[in-house]
Design a protein around this ligand. Structure first.
Ligand SMILES: Cc1cc2nc3c(=O)[nH]c(=O)nc-3n(C[C@H](O)[C@H](O)[C@H](O)COP(=O)(O)OP(=O)(O)OC[C@H]3O[C@@H](n4cnc5c(N)ncnc54)[C@H](O)[C@@H]3O)c2cc1C
Length: 384
């Protein structure tokens, strides 16, 4: 049975909701309730993501989020008691033109200033690192050995179990259908299983964050965008340390998944929408591009494929903020296709916003909701 009241109601059981619930509970917030519409936690964007974790971003705020979040993933198993299959094969951004190379040189300089050991590799160094790839057109690459991979389901389940141990209550198959606002502040959350009176609601609804915000009368520009992934059957000859490779100008990526390869490519013509069926025409074009870049894939079979949704904002940065209108409405959403890795930091910062009135571990003014109305947007360019 749903409780009648809660100190905080978190909407959404992906990495953002689970991390927020855990960080609230660990700070002593005793009556946290998380509501997830799917039958399982982590069933949406988080469970469908590629699991990449990296420092290589084009804006300082995203690098700073990674500097906070990735060490939390390194400590995860020890602190939370759940294995998350952490690996550090590095991220390699392949660059095929001078304009991208100049932008990545500037990114690397900024990342180095913040303490990230990324660097530019020459074409010869790239060939030595990934000899299995076709590289005739590649002029250089950006590389960071501290980038890697982790298991998204492990992170969600770990945070959820730890939150439960700290008395948080988690309900799956429970869709939020209404948010009651009284005298300019949040008063209750409505579901078909009952209503919960509360003065604090967290919108952690990922690709559905725009819809959930609308329930509170808030216009939040987060749009869902379909993205697909293919995993191949096992392939002989892929080294254990094969990196997370991104063919930047083609928005095409590969990493090792078991004995096979996980690959994705963003369709530039995809239109916003909630359709998560696999677009087989796009799979064909994607695999053609993938086999061209990585000829060994011609010998692979298709093991699994799926589609999931990015949660895209106009500047490809998330919103992590508490609103004045309605008061008590908090947003941690809009991570624009690279949010899994920032989930640990985002939950910590959201708990600070709710319990302390402001985030103090990191200055997140740039991620305020008001920036859209003010037109104060700084775009992240390293979006795949
Ligand atoms: C194909 C793909 C590849 C990706 N690769 C990476 C990657 O390599 N690295 C990375 O860092 N990120 C990656 N991402 C992005 C990452 O998955 C997301 O940024 C992150 O998972 C967002 O987490 P979330 O908790 O906000 O959203 P979700 O995991 O979608 O969680 C939101 C939850 O809210 C629930 N919900 C929605 N509406 C309601 C409602 N009304 N009531 C109750 N519950 C509701 C949904 O069911 C959902 O479970 C990828 C995404 C995709 C689709």
């Amino acid at each position: 049975m749903l409780p009648k009241t809660a100190e905080v109601v978190v909407i959404g059981g992906g990495v953002m909701g689970a991390s927020t619930a855990y960080h609230l509970a660990t700070r002593g917030c005793r009556n946290v309730v998380l509501l997830e519409k799917a039958p399982f936690l982590g069933a949406e964007a988080t469970g469908k993501c590629a699991g990449g974790i990296r420092y290589q971003f084009s804006t300082e705020i995203n690098v700073r989020l990674s500097l906070l979040s990735l060490p939390m993933l390194e400590r995860f198993e020890e602190e939370i008691g759940q294995a998350i299959d952490l690996r550090w094969p590095g991220y390699l951004f392949l660059l095929d033109n001078a304009r991208d190379l100049a932008a990545f040189r500037a990114n690397v300089a900024m990342q180095n200033r913040l303490g990230v050991p990324s660097r530019i590799l020459s074409a010869g160094e790239v060939r030595a690192k990934v000899p299995l790839l076709r590289l005739d057109d590649i002029i250089a690459a950006a590389w960071c050995h501290k980038d890697g991979l982790a298991d998204p389901n492990g992170v969600v389940q770990g945070y959820a179990a730890a939150a439960r141990r700290l008395a948080a209550q988690i309900f799956t198959a429970t869709e939020v259908t209404g948010i009651r606002v009284e005298s300019g502040r949040v008063a209750a959350v409505e579901t078909r299983r009952g209503t919960i009176a509360t003065r604090a609601v967290v919108n952690a609804a990922g690709p559905w964050a725009g819809q959930v915000a609308a329930l509170a009368g808030v216009d939040l520009p987060v749009v869902p965008l379909r993205r697909q992934i293919v995993v191949t059957t096992p392939l002989k000859g892929i080294p254990d340390d094969f990196p997370f490779v991104i063919d930047f100008s083609r928005s095409l990526y590969f990493h090792r998944e078991g004995q096979g390869i996980l690959t994705g490519q963003s369709n530039p013509d995809e239109r916003p929408g909630f359709d998560q069926s696999v677009d087989h025409a796009w799979t064909e074009r994607h695999l053609e591009a993938a086999m061209w870049r990585f000829p060994l894939l011609e010998r692979a079979g298709l093991l699994r494929e799926w589609a999931g949704l990015y949660e895209v904002t106009p500047d490809a940065h998330p919103v992590i903020d508490g609103l004045r209108d309605p008061a008590g409405f908090y947003i941690v959403a809009g991570f624009s296709g690279h949010g899994f890795m920032h989930g640990p930091a985002a939950g910590l910062l959201m708990a600070e916003l709710i319990l302390d009135g402001r985030a103090h571990t990191l200055d997140i003014r740039q991620l305020r909701f008001g920036r859209f109305a003010e037109g104060d947007l700084v775009r992240e360019h390293n979006v795949v």
